[in-house]
Write a protein of this length. Structure first.
Ligand code: PRP
Ligand code: URA
Length: 207
């Protein structure tokens, strides 16, 4: 699939083992999520816009790069909040906008309840972050919100994706770069990812 990357690394599998375990505590779950998010964000930022920067070391003048435009992290509430810190560790100047959505348990349709997004500038890069991409409804809504605000360069970072949701999002927005740590087997009849890890928000927040 074009514009899609699935991470494949032994440490991802190690941490997914921790996160999938139904007996892992919220603290252990959050730590593993943070470690995987480092890899997701590093991978997703590989093609960032940069400009040349001349820098004087104590020994010589050399050329490096500096990031052009603002980097925006857009966590989808609630569970996306669990990925913000890891991205900030890697790029502390990242700005944050938020989108509040929950899935209606019966229809599985995303219900928007809060938004705090800027009007994006041409050189800005947006990273929508949410651990779970299941039916794809929440991701579609989030992408549409950021596009309405002018975002032109968008990546979606998901810890675990269902093949069904991934295809829907990719078909609707082939310009959006999708980065997922793992594509799982399928969705079950009530829209949960199998084998998955259960409700990501509940597991992060202990609710
Ligand atoms: C979860 C998850 C995604 C959404 C994915 O959020 O964090 O946002 O479900 O499902 P979808 O692809 O079928 O739309 P949830 O609705 O459980 O809200 P929460 O994070 O507040 O618990
Ligand atoms: N949201 C979750 O948190 N988990 C799933 O498996 C599907 C949607």
């Amino acid at each position: 699939m074009k514009n899609f990357i699935e991470l494949n690394h032994p440490l991802i599998s190690h941490d997914l083992g921790i996160m999938r375990d139904k007996d892992s505590s919220p603290a252990i779950f959050r730590q593993a999520l943070k470690r995987i998010t480092y890899q997701l964000f590093i991978t997703a930022t590989q093609e960032l816009n940069t400009k040349d920067l001349m820098v004087e070391t104590p020994l010589a003048v050399t050329k490096e790069k500096s990031v052009v435009g603002d980097i925006w992290l857009i966590p989808v509430l609630r569970a996306g909040l669990g990925m913000v810190d890891a991205c900030w560790d890697i790029y502390p100047d990242a700005r944050v906008g938020v989108i509040g959505l929950y899935r209606d348990e019966k229809t599985l349709m995303p219900q928007p309840y809060y938004q705090n997004l800027p009007t994006f500038k041409a050189l800005d890069t947006c990273f929508i972050i949410d651990p779970m991409l299941a039916t794809g409804g929440s991701a579609l809504a989030a992408i549409e919100f950021v596009k309405q605000k002018g975002a032109q360069t968008i990546s979606l970072l998901a810890l675990i994706s269902a093949p069904e949701g991934l295809k829907i999002v990719h078909d609707a927005h082939p310009d959006v770069r999708l980065v997922s740590a793992k594509v799982d087997e399928k969705l079950n009849q009530v829209g949960y990812i199998v084998p998955g890890l259960g409700d990501a928000g509940d597991r992060i927040f202990g609710s």
